[in-house]
Design a protein around this ligand. Structure first.
Ligand SMILES: Nc1ncnc2c1ncn2[C@@H]1O[C@H](COP(=O)(O)OP(=O)(O)O)[C@@H](O)[C@H]1O
Ligand SMILES: [Mg+2]
Length: 376
């Protein structure tokens, strides 16, 4: 708990900031209270699972509004097994969520740290994660029409732009992906899961760190050199854009020995201006052509290998909203959209047993990559 005490001693984690203005409300929960809210962490209450632990639905009486008691739906993330590393992840998430507030970031309700138990309490998001709609239990229901997708795209871009450009100090998320974007009752995006997030000291361009994140979403300079900066999130967000536009997964297994990244699949189509082939077949042609084109181009600009060529998130927001039309047409003339197939680019196919890959899928069955590179 030492690490947590250290992180929480600053004024930034006060649970009532900005007196008179918007208040950031969170509180400490007792384990007993959370047991009773989740029906003893009943299996039937389970909403999802990630690297940290399981997440359960629950409800409790909320007394935070003076004189008003209301039944509040919550989501409780419970650490699987205690370790110093997991404790650090817990502390980082509580510390960071406690200091941010934005309509597109998941709100913290509080936490519980008793003995070796570590739990984080959030607002419940009734439409679960983007992953469940794109590739999971809700994918057959077709709830993500184009309008909702665009709302999620712009909302999550604004949430990340807030972290990069408005939070003090700046925050990089380091695990932007479909399972970490949650959806509220109106399908508004809430970026979640800050366990891997990092605060970037003022003036620093990047931090060198152990690599954490998820295969298929990792920027190359981060995966190989451990260089973490805002542009790593921009890269991951670009992958997420392609996923939302096409309904495809970041890495597709074509057969037992061949895989293809979503970039290798999309780039030739965009170069040939075949935007209709990029669109998710589930949309059945029901999308705004200009918006889809915009999303595909921005996605590929965000996922360029050289971080300095990627736009920042403020530029990404403007481009996606169609507020930088000139810049967008300039981008379409960029080299990546003209080049012939890249060196080593074999019709977008690569072999899964390519041993030169620093990060291999076999490292973790959940495709979570942790600590594969050491800090320099
Ligand atoms: N507030 C919430 N409301 C609804 N579902 C949630 C909520 N938080 C998490 N989940 C579900 O649990 C999964 C794992 O949560 P996450 O915070 O990403 O945990 P981990 O740190 O273990 O990856 C999410 O992908 C989502 O399906
Ligand atoms: Mg997660």
């Amino acid at each position: 708990m030492a690490s947590f005490a250290k992180l929480c001693c600053g004024k930034s984690t006060s649970n009532r900031k900005d007196k008179g203005k918007k208040t950031v409300r969170w509180r400490i929960f007792s384990l007993k209270e959370l047991h009773s809210a989740t029906n003893n962490f009943n299996y039937d209450n389970k909403l999802g699972e990630g690297g940290f632990g399981s997440v359960y639905w629950g409800q409790l009486w909320d007394g935070s509004q003076v004189h008003i008691q209301c039944l509040l739906q919550i989501a409780v993330k419970r650490l699987k097994v205690w370790s110093t590393k997991a404790d650090m992840e817990f502390s980082v998430e509580v510390e960071i969520l406690g200091r941010v507030r934005h309509k597109n970031l998941l709100s913290l309700r509080g936490y519980c740290a008793e003995g070796q138990e570590r739990l984080i309490v959030y607002d419940y998001m009734p439409n679960l994660s983007l992953l469940s709609h794109l590739h999971g239990q809700h994918s057959a229901e077709y709830l993500l029409d184009w309008e909702r997708r665009m709302n999620i795209i712009i909302g999550s871009a604004e949430g990340i732009a807030y972290l990069h450009h408005h939070a003090v100090p700046h925050i990089i998320h380091r695990d932007i992906k479909a399972s970490n974007v949650l959806l509220d009752s109106e399908f508004n995006a809430k970026v979640a899961d800050f366990g891997f997030a990092k605060l970037i000291p003022d003036g620093a361009t990047h931090v060198t760190t152990r690599v954490k994140g998820t295969l298929g979403y990792l920027a190359p300079e981060y995966a190989m050199l451990g260089k973490a900066s805002e542009s790593c999130d921009v890269y991951s967000f670009g992958i997420l854009l392609l996923e939302l536009a096409s309904g495809k997964k970041p890495i597709e297994k074509l057969n037992p020995t061949t895989k293809r990244t979503i970039i290798d699949w999309a780039l030739p189509l965009v170069r040939q201006r075949k935007f209709d082939e990029v669109a998710d077949p589930k949309l059945n042609g029901n999308y705004v052509e200009e918006e889809l084109k915009r999303v595909a181009i921005v996605a590929l600009v965000c996922t360029q290998n050289q971080p300095e060529k990627r736009p920042n998130m403020l530029e990404v927001v403007d481009l996606l909203k169609g507020e930088s039309k000139e810049k967008l047409s300039d981008l379409q003339n960029e080299q990546i959209f003209k080049e012939e197939p890249l060196a080593g680019f074999q019709d977008g196919l690569s072999s899964v047993d390519d041993k030169s890959d620093l990060i291999s899928e076999e490292q973790d069955s959940k495709e979570e990559v942790k600590d594969v590179a050491h800090s320099a």
